[in-house]
Design a protein around this ligand. Structure first.
Ligand code: PMP
Length: 299
């Protein structure tokens, strides 16, 4: 597949309050965010021209920044409007939207109180993270890296630095021929995949790990709601690594991954079944509703 580099594309990027041509949205190599990972980001998807759960994503962006100790110099309303306008300017209606906020280059040491906070928003067409044949189910290797404890890293923040172990785990999994990795947490219990939350079906019930050291994903919460609407029992609990083989179905949930069935974790094999199928169908129709329809449905 020919890769179009991300710094050499047509279009416009919202950068510190203004639209700039895509290729001009550059930063200096002595940027604090690059050296010390003082950055947070979001991943959003638009369907039929509407960004799904936009306000929740923007709120999380602000909360992620606060956890890292900085304030985004815009209002939530301004960032929401900028996301929508970025999509419009790039003539997209089916899109992935990537806002990012990071510390600039005024100081370059661990201390960074006087750095300017920059914000950028880009958007591009990005079909499902796992591609078109994901419905057959994806394969996960067990990651060597574990999700750190909440007092070891700011695990409730969608912080750039936390993705280091994700990238290493994903690369190791791909080198072994798997699609992605399943990460355990600092205790050795099941955590999540490198960019999506994990769900397991045990005895007809939908179980998912309690998010003590990873994101309580917006898709995760949406899927739990859809499962309950279908009278499925939803259980949030500690899931031991030794339980994985007992699951009858496994699936992932995340903005980029959407709802994706899993057919293998390490040596364990699974067949996507009725529960996964129902939730995929419900999620697919929910994301295509207008924000007004979503509100009305929830009421
Ligand atoms: N965990 C990780 C590591 C992620 O990158 C994501 C995607 N943001 C998620 C979980 C799922 O979060 P959401 O459903 O809010 O996209």
């Amino acid at each position: 597949m020919a890769l179009v580099p991300f710094d050499d594309r047509d279009g416009e990027i919202w950068f510190d309050g203004q639209f700039v041509p895509w290729r001009d949205a550059k930063l200096h190599v002595l940027t604090h965010g690059l050296h010390y990972a003082s950055g947070v980001f979001e991943g959003e998807r638009a369907y039929s021209g509407h960004i799904f759960k936009l306000r929740e994503h923007t709120n999380r962006l602000f909360e992620s920044a606060r956890i890292l100790g900085f304030e985004i110099p815009y209002t939530v309303e301004e960032i929401d409007a900028a996301c929508i306008e970025t999509m419009r300017r790039n003539n997209l209606t089916e899109a992935y939207i990537r806002p990012i906020a990071y510390r600039g280059s005024e100081m370059l040491a661990v201390a960074a109180q006087h750095t300017k906070i920059h914000v950028a928003i880009a958007t591009w067409a990005w079909p499902n993270l796992f591609g078109e044949d994901r419905m057959k189910g994806v394969t996960l290797a067990m990651a060597k890296w574990r999700r750190p404890a909440p007092d070891t890293a700011p695990t409730a923040s969608k912080a750039a630095g936390l993705y280091m172990i994700g990238t290493m785990s994903k690369h190791a999994a791909e080198a072994e021929g798997f699609n992605d990795a399943l990460m355990l947490d600092f205790k050795g219990d099941v955590a999540e995949a490198t960019g999506a939350n994990a769900f397991f079906v045990f005895d007809g019930e939908v179980h998912t790990p309690t998010p003590i050291c990873f994101l309580d994903g917006i898709t995760r919460r949406t899927v739990m709601g859809l499962a309950r609407q279908n009278q499925m029992k939803v259980v949030e609990r500690t899931i031991g690594a030794e339980e994985i083989g007992r699951a009858s179905e496994v699936f992932l949930a995340g903005t980029a991954a959407e709802v994706t069935p899993v057919r293998q974790i390490g040596d364990h094999r699974f067949t996507p079944g009725r529960i996964t199928e129902t939730l995929i169908n419900d999620y697919t129709s929910l994301v295509r509703m207008t924000p007004e329809e979503v509100t009305r449905r929830a009421a």
